[in-house]
Design a binder for this molecule. Structure first.
Ligand code: GUN
Ligand code: FE
Length: 433
């Protein structure tokens, strides 16, 4: 099947080593054409140059006046926490006990997991997110339900079952052995099935015994193309707790590192309070950080040093971290990321922000050959943004002269109303009401 999309397209065309280089690779094609064949980008360029390539029976979808960008990549989110976003009052450890664990308990019910998977994917799509790295619950059924829902639209999604064998309520515990067997069965069923990929997912060091971490390592050795997804150095109390649970280790990251859980496609959410040798270890092992600004502000965890990650050349993606995060929306998340930088007397430019949410995010997940820009051959996941979704945005847009300014306004004032259409695998999957 062939589709032809006309409109203004914006992307960052290349993976960069330094954030200052991003702007040089920003590309705006004001009157552009995207030709999609079988879910992949067959041709992309100027309308005038490409219009002769459109097969005569194909009707052009005309989005002139909108701005088309690659689909957003959310590098850290919990699907079983949608129902407790905005739970009042506590920081990480109390928040987990009071709100999170009881919410996750319900996912032992397959029907409930199915309903919530559908809800979750709809929320991603109505916010322009077309790829996500997702936590399930400890229940393997929760992951089956999510992958089934994603596979229905051939969405590129990475997810895994939580491994957690201590320091949580009994109703949410597995064992080292059962977590290994259940994860293995899920990997066999889903990893590389269509566009789906599996992430081995120990929740965080405090909820796994050394025996369970050894099982996670074994899985990673048996399935080297899977991901490793966990939390790291989010909260000071959490860090002190890890040090008391693992006194023989040099620090929090060392627990993962000594268990073989660092490396390419190992994704660590938060990383707010890293020590110098932990930054170095992340760099040396080619690990990835998921920066989750709304969550870090909401739980009062702290301010992530994105500038330091850039300086150290550690890969970073951006995550919403629902339900500690407070929005599924990537524009709103970038808006908060900008403010987190401001509070540290640093800056996040519009180009850098869009890079984090698209090609940079894809790169942080090892997927930059497949998604994140409009390069020929890539998978056709993209968002049609409405830059003037509200009267204020219209006013501000009319008073912007440069692309830089327009983009910045979009990510400062934008939200789900800005998401006009979402396409996954070349198919229209969300239309704004
Ligand atoms: N650390 C361990 N589990 C969680 C979780 O569910 N959310 C957040 N934000 N941090 C965690
Ligand atoms: Fe999280």
């Amino acid at each position: 099947s062939v589709k032809a999309i006309r409109g203004s397209f914006f992307d960052i065309t290349r993976v960069v080593d330094h954030p200052e280089e991003i702007e040089a690779h920003a590309r705006l094609v004001e009157d552009g054409l995207l030709i999609i064949r079988n879910g992949c980008i067959d041709w992309f360029g100027q309308w005038e140059e490409g219009k002769g390539r459109i097969p005569s029976e194909v009707r052009v979808r005309d989005y002139r006046g909108k701005l088309i960008v690659p689909g957003f990549v959310d590098t850290h989110i919990h699907y079983p926490q949608s129902e407790m976003v905005g739970a009042y009052g506590e920081q990480l450890l109390e928040w987990l006990n009071q709100h999170t664990f009881p919410a996750e308990r319900r996912y032992n019910d397959r029907e409930y997991a199915r309903e919530m998977s559908t809800f979750f994917i709809k929320q991603l799509l109505r916010n322009g997110t077309t790829t996500a790295l997702v936590f399930g619950t400890v229940h393997p059924e929760s992951v089956d339900a999510l992958f089934e829902a994603a596979s229905r639209i051939n969405m590129r999604m990475i997810a895994g079952k939580v491994m957690m064998d201590r320091n949580a309520p009994d109703y949410l515990l597995d064992t080292a052995e059962s977590s290994y067997l259940q994860s293995k069965a899920l990997i066999e069923r889903w990893h590389g099935n269509g566009r789906l990929l599996y992430a081995i997912t120990p929740r965080f060091a405090p909820t796994s015994t050394p025996e369970q971490l050894a099982m996670a390592k074994r899985l990673r050795e048996e399935y080297p193309t899977t991901y490793l997804h966990t939390h790291l150095c989010e909260n000071k109390e959490e860090i002190a707790w890890v040090k008391s649970l693992f006194p023989e280790h040099q620090g929090y990251l060392d627990v993962y590192h000594q268990h073989g859980l660092t490396g390419h496609n190992c994704v660590f959410a938060h990383c707010i309070h890293l020590e110098e040798q932990e930054w170095d270890c992340l760099k040396e092992t080619d690990s990835t950080i998921a920066f989750c600004p709304t969550s870090n502000l909401y739980l009062g965890s702290g301010l992530f040093k994105l500038h330091k990650a850039w300086h150290k050349q550690v890969k970073v993606g951006i995550g919403t971290d629902i339900g500690a995060g407070t929005t599924f929306n990537m524009l709103q998340t970038l808006n908060e990321a900008y403010k987190v930088m401001q509070l540290q007397s640093e800056r996040l430019s519009a180009y850098q922000a869009f890079y984090l949410a698209t090609l940079g995010g894809a790169h942080s997940l090892g997927l930059d050959e497949k998604i994140g820009s409009f390069a020929t051959g890539k998978e056709a996941d993209f968002v049609v943004l409405d830059p003037v979704a509200t009267p204020l945005q219209q006013l501000r847009y009319d008073n912007s002269t440069t692309l830089r300014d327009k983009l910045f306004v979009l990510l400062t004032l934008g939200d789900d109303r800005s998401i006009y259409r979402t396409y996954v695998d070349g198919q229209l999957v969300h239309e704004r009401g």
